[in-house]
Design a binder for this molecule. Structure first.
Ligand SMILES: Cc1ncc(COP(=O)(O)O)c(C=O)c1O
Length: 402
């Protein structure tokens, strides 16, 4: 096997090595860093070759909406790391979520999804799918019986995220995917919060895993991107055609940034997780903090499941301060280092007030049902010194008391 083919296959590599060398194809210049092919199209040597390429009888690229060498390197590297048969990159995480659902379901089908999920995903399932004649049932993702009971003869797809945004509820991936498999239902897992490093949905029985690469894969707050991974049969039969025809393709520049970001992902995520674990413990001991939700803490309501399916608590913490919305706002406004944004998974630590931003469209009753209180703050832990973040949080929680 040629050296380059061996690298693409990523044979026998440990995860960190696959993330640095996996999927490389070098140009005639044999560059060390991966090349950025900023091109829309590709030149054919003859009319016969163009014809053959359109008939997929000649390997190679046609048009960047269909595929691009830089994008292919990103897809191959993530695929090798994830242990998936196929990976397709998308312009955003929502393009990945939408493609994995809408490419598969048809009018008259039914979806079951965990209620605790990112607002736009809920909108796709509850509103956009409904408009296309696809019905859905939202369940308590923690309850395996609820998944079983929601199945109808026309149920085609299960969708869930774990841990969920923002309340860090977990879904038993193995348990839910087993129920799906027994009924011939496709299970799609949004693995954004756990990251590909801390959770392996495909190995736990999921058919499809989707990412907002915007978050921890970029990890530095720069480019939007997404990815759908799974078996060749599903990806090529459904997702590939959907992406090629509807066009939410990733820009090669963004794919290049994300490709290079994969190289440092384990170092970044491990460092941020170590800091997050310290900050979760600190917050739990602060006067004025009424609740801390962190999958790495023994007092997480699903600590046993977290230990089983996530080898780390992650970068995300949810905590509640006394005083409801005013308490939370005083806390947010008193932060001097941690920034206020609705994004997450950055080197910079970020706080969000879900009730008034990411989840403001839900009714108060819906927020109650999900445990999103007015005093809840979501914290995405970055790469700053843990001590500086601890000082900032301690001061802000003090200020929250008014
Ligand atoms: C759990 C989850 N899924 C999907 C998305 C959508 O990702 P993007 O913003 O890249 O479209 C987000 C974004 O915050 C998210 O948190």
């Amino acid at each position: 096997m040629a050296k380059e083919e061996e690298q693409s296959a990523g044979r026998n590599w440990r995860p960190e090595t696959a993330l640095v060398h996996g999927g490389i194809t070098r140009s005639q210049w044999n560059e060390t860093a991966e090349a950025l092919y900023l091109t829309q199209g590709f030149v054919y040597n003859s009319a016969e070759q163009a014809e053959a390429r359109f008939k997929q009888e000649d390997p190679g690229f046609q048009y960047t909406r269909f595929g691009n060498p830089t994008t292919a390197m990103f897809e191959d590297r993530l695929k090798i790391f994830e242990g998936a048969e196929e990976c397709l990159a998308t312009a955003t995480g929502m393009a990945a979520v939408t493609a994995s659902i809408l490419s598969y379901v048809r009018s008259g089908d039914h979806i079951v999804a965990a209620r605790a999920m990112f607002g736009s995903c809920r909108n796709v399932i509850e509103t956009i799918c409904a408009r296309l004649g696809v019905s859905s049932t939202l369940v308590d993702g923690k309850d395996l019986n609820a998944w079983r009971e929601a199945i109808r003869p026309n149920t085609k797809l299960f969708f869930f995220e774990t841990p969920s945004n923002p309340n860090l509820e977990l879904v038993d991936i193995e348990g839910v995917c087993k129920i799906a498999r027994e009924k011939g239902i496709i299970s799609v897992v949004d693995n954004v919060f756990a990251t590909p490093l801390l959770q392996r949905p495909l190995a736990l029985g999921a058919d499809v895993v989707v990412y907002s690469a915007t978050k921890h894969i970029d990890g530095q707050g720069r480019c939007l991107g997404g990815a759908v991974l799974g078996k060749t049969e599903f990806i090529t039969k459904y997702v590939q055609e959907w992406l090629r025809q509807t066009g939410p393709s990733i820009a090669p520049f963004n794919a290049w940034v994300l490709l290079k970001s994969l190289e440092t992902m384990p170092v970044r995520i491990r460092a941020a997780c170590a800091t997050a674990a310290k900050l979760a413990d600190l917050l739990a001991g602060l006067d004025g903090v009424t609740n801390v939700i962190y999958p790495g803490r023994a007092d997480h309501p699903q600590a046993e499941l977290a230990a089983r399916q996530m080898p780390g608590g992650g970068q995300m913490i949810a905590f509640e301060v006394a005083g409801g919305k005013s308490g939370a706002f005083r806390c947010l406004n008193a932060l001097r280092l941690i920034i206020l944004s609705n994004n997450l998974g950055d080197t910079k630590s970020i706080v969000t007030h879900p009730a008034t931003t990411t989840h403001f469209k839900l009714t108060p009753a819906q927020r109650d049902e999900l445990g999103i209180s007015d005093g809840m703050i979501r914290l995405s832990v970055g790469l700053e010194a843990a001590e500086d973040l601890a000082d900032d949080l301690t001061n802000a929680v003090k200020a929250a008391k008014g």
